[in-house]
Ligand binder design. Structure first.
Ligand SMILES: NC(=O)c1ccc[n+]([C@@H]2O[C@H](COP(=O)([O-])OP(=O)(O)OC[C@H]3O[C@@H](n4cnc5c(N)ncnc54)[C@H](O)[C@@H]3O)[C@@H](O)[C@H]2O)c1
Length: 389
């Protein structure tokens, strides 16, 4: 799979346009298809602007920029994808629509073409479920913005060819990405392990322990670039709520992932975050977002950060326990996909697993809720077994 292989990207929205740019930057000819032709045109106009800025900043030469833009060809018919060796789908997150698209594609592309989905929350196995040859299907989960965030979760489905994941991981490395191979389980690594960053922050707010700016400030004080509420507003509360709900349902309603009314109400009221001018914070006023000016009192900061970190570490340990990915890849995923200041398993080792187990056991005793149940692996590690070796 070298750069002479033609790549097709289906869906020219947020993700598809970014993925097309990444593939073209890696030297591939790219065909970009969307059922809405205007989406492809908009993507190409957007790409031109992005490339011009990179030239202005001397990150690309004008020739390189023209080359990247010139390698992307708009397609108006799915049949135009016939010569592609790799097809990456980034369309609407709907199982039936994705299955139908891949079934149609199977009759168009060559027998050895790889079919990849950028799904965030659906099962790769299910998307491949209606294929005659599901062995050629794989998840390639890029992060937004795809040209900037290095992580790609490579997800083989149950029926995927055994060599496919490592072939795709090699290709992603050649594209300058950081691939991690993970099991086809809900939320893969990042969207599973990161859930408590949002969910536990909302819970702390709902209980009246601290307000949103205080929780955000506390989390930033331990190294996160953005606080949970700021980040939810950036991601979009509708998108974040859907992922939370999907992961919770996919885990057969495990209380650890239970969504919150607070987030649901934000969505219902149209307070979607930055994109709608208002979310947890306001973005439609000159003074901008409310900021905490005063430092958060140390004791309160410790309550907030210990609780959210304990839940995050527990989730990372549990993902390792269930062999979703290796310890190294779980830590890599959180630093390269969502910019965490440190890998959570490495972070756990600093105070030791017994410390975090203690935090969770106290929460479980206080609330009597299964939400706080510690992972079996955290218990084992608390006896002195390293989580990362
Ligand atoms: N936005 C993110 O942060 C993010 C991150 C990682 C993965 N994803 C996943 O990537 C996929 C796309 O997400 P997005 O945010 O880019 O969506 P988007 O709404 O920005 O773009 C989707 C595009 O797909 C097109 N489309 C819909 N149905 C189609 C079909 N049948 N054939 C061809 N084109 C079709 C739409 O016209 C639209 O232009 C989803 O599966 C999503 O879960 C999104």
């Amino acid at each position: 799979m070298d750069s002479s292989m033609n790549v097709a990207v289906i869906g020219a929205g947020t993700m598809g346009s970014g993925i097309a740019q990444v593939a073209a930057q890696a030297g591939h000819k790219v065909v970009l298809f969307d059922t809405r032709r205007e989406a492809v045109d908009k993507a190409l106009v957007g790409l031109r602007k992005t490339l011009d800025k990179l030239v202005e900043k001397s990150k690309l030469t004008a020739e390189q920029a023209d080359g990247i833009h010139g390698r992307i060809t708009p397609a108006s018919d799915l049949k135009d994808l016939a010569g592609s060796g790799l097809v990456i789908e980034a369309i609407i997150e709907d199982l039936g629509i994705k299955q139908k698209l891949f079934a149609e594609l199977e009759g168009i592309v060559a027998g050895d073409a790889i079919l990849a989905t950028n799904t965030s929350s659906l099962s790769v196995t299910a998307i491949a479920g209606r294929l005659k040859h599901p062995e050629r299907m794989v998840g390639l989960h890029f992060f937004n913005p795809a040209p900037l965030l290095p992580l790609v979760e490579v997800v083989p489905g149950l029926a995927s060819d055994e060599a496919l994941a490592s072939r795709c991981a090699t290709l992603m490395t050649a594209w300058g990405k950081v691939p991690v191979v993970c099991k086809d389980t809900p939320g893969f690594i990042v969207n599973r392990v990161a859930r408590p960053f949002y969910g536990e922050a909302i819970r702390i707010y709902e209980e009246g322990i601290a307000d949103m700016p205080t929780i955000d400030a506390a989390m930033k004080s331990v190294g996160f670039k953005m606080g949970p509420f700021e980040l939810m507003d950036l991601i979009g509360n509708d998108i974040n709520f859907t992922v939370t709900k999907t992961v919770w349902e996919a885990f057969f309603y495990d209380p650890r992932y239970k969504p919150s009314f607070t987030q649901q109400r934000q969505v219902e009221s149209g307070r979607l975050g930055r994109k709608s001018g208002r979310g947890y914070y306001r973005y439609d006023q000159k003074q901008g977002q409310e900021q905490v000016q005063e430092p958060v009192p140390t004791a309160l900061s410790a309550i907030i950060t210990e609780r959210i970190l304990a839940m995050l570490i527990n989730e990372a340990a549990d993902a390792l326990f269930w062999r979703v990915a290796s310890a190294q890849d779980i830590d890599l995923a959180m630093t390269k996909g969502v910019n965490y200041p440190k890998g959570l398993l490495a972070w756990a080792e600093e105070k030791g697993a017994a410390h975090w187990l203690g935090v969770l056991e106290r929460l479980q005793a206080q609330y009597g809720e299964d939400r706080y149940r510690p992972s079996t692996l955290l218990r084992t590690a608390s006896q002195g077994v390293s989580l990362i070796r």
